[in-house]
Design a protein around this ligand. Structure first.
Ligand code: COA
Length: 260
């Protein structure tokens, strides 16, 4: 599979997906969004891949937003369609059955931030900058930012950022809970790898079902969510991993999970 706007390789169970338009600060044009989905789809059911690290090429940006050149061409009807199709891709990211970590290496703005928000975990370099500057262009979020940001950092904090368009640094993003960790730039990918390598030692089916419980559960009432959790919890007891995990504990040895 060959791509124009992303780099994609797999090493040690990790798929590395790099947005690769550094001269445009990795702005997310439609071609890039489609390639992102195709790349993820190609490893979704591949048992040799356990997780994904998503980052941006170059020193400056993770992604500086949707491509403003493309946005400028939209009509009301095409803009709605563009938004719906992009939302579909971000739902695919959010419901991906393996952890996706956004390694935010620089500007993480607009659609770039919305993409990072759809990932399961966000780790930022000290140089990263975050914002939803759509209002500067006379538009608003169209890729879930007005929905995922308040759910992640709280309504009041999100509203301020969404309606001022203010940019914040990585330390402030950490304080707000927008990102899980902040690292020196040269340790960003290593931190993401460390998180994934920890996950890879756990029961793969339990990890997958946990992602499902959180991602689907967040859209449910608490009553429905805990019911979903009970169902998925019960499903864990049909796996060999469950037998191995409990047996290994009782035998005081590390578990050797097979993802079955
Ligand atoms: N869409 C399309 N092109 C973009 C872009 C975007 N979202 N963000 C940056 N670029 C392009 C610039 O047009 C420029 O291209 P050029 O060299 O062909 O002129 C190149 O990337 C470098 O950007 P530049 O603005 O020169 O870098 P900077 O360091 O001076 O400023 C930013 C960086 C991020 C502050 C600035 O690029 C910016 O505000 N970008 C738009 C952010 C935004 O509004 N995103 C939300 C979109 S909905």
């Amino acid at each position: 599979m060959s791509f124009q706007n992303i780099l994609f390789e797999t090493k040690n169970k990790i798929a590395y997906l790099t947005l690769n338009r550094p001269d445009k600060l990795n702005a997310l044009n439609w071609q890039t969004m489609q390639e992102l989905q195709q790349a993820l789809a190609s490893v979704k059911d591949d048992p040799s891949v356990g997780g994904v690290i998503l980052t941006g090429a170059g020193e400056k940006a993770f992604a500086a937003g949707a491509d403003i050149g493309e946005l400028a061409q939209q009509t009301p009807v095409s803009a709605k369609e563009f938004s719906l199709q992009s939302q579909e891709i971000l739902r695919f990211v959010e419901h991906f059955p393996k952890p996706i970590i956004a390694a935010v290496n620089g500007f993480c703005l607009g659609g770039g931030s919305e993409l990072a928000l759809a990932c399961h975990i966000r780790v930022a370099s000290e140089k990263a900058k975050f914002g939803q500057p759509e209002v500067n262009l006379g538009i608003m979020c169209g890729n879930g930012g007005s929905q995922r940001l308040p759910r992640l950092i709280g309504k009041g904090r999100a509203i301020e950022l969404l309606i001022t368009g203010n940019m914040i640094d990585a330390a402030e993003a950490y304080r707000l809970g927008w990102v899980n960790h902040v690292t020196p730039p040269d340790q960003l990918i290593a931190k993401c790898e460390e998180i994934l390598q920890t996950v890879f030692k756990k029961g793969p089916i339990a990890v997958k079902l946990t992602l499902e419980a959180v991602m689907h559960g967040m859209a449910m009432t608490l009553e429905e969510g805990v019911q979903l959790e009970s169902n998925l919890f019960g499903m864990c007891f049909s796996t060999e991993d469950m037998k191995e995990g409990t047996k290994a504990f009782l035998e005081k040895r590390p578990a050797n999970f097979q993802g079955k």
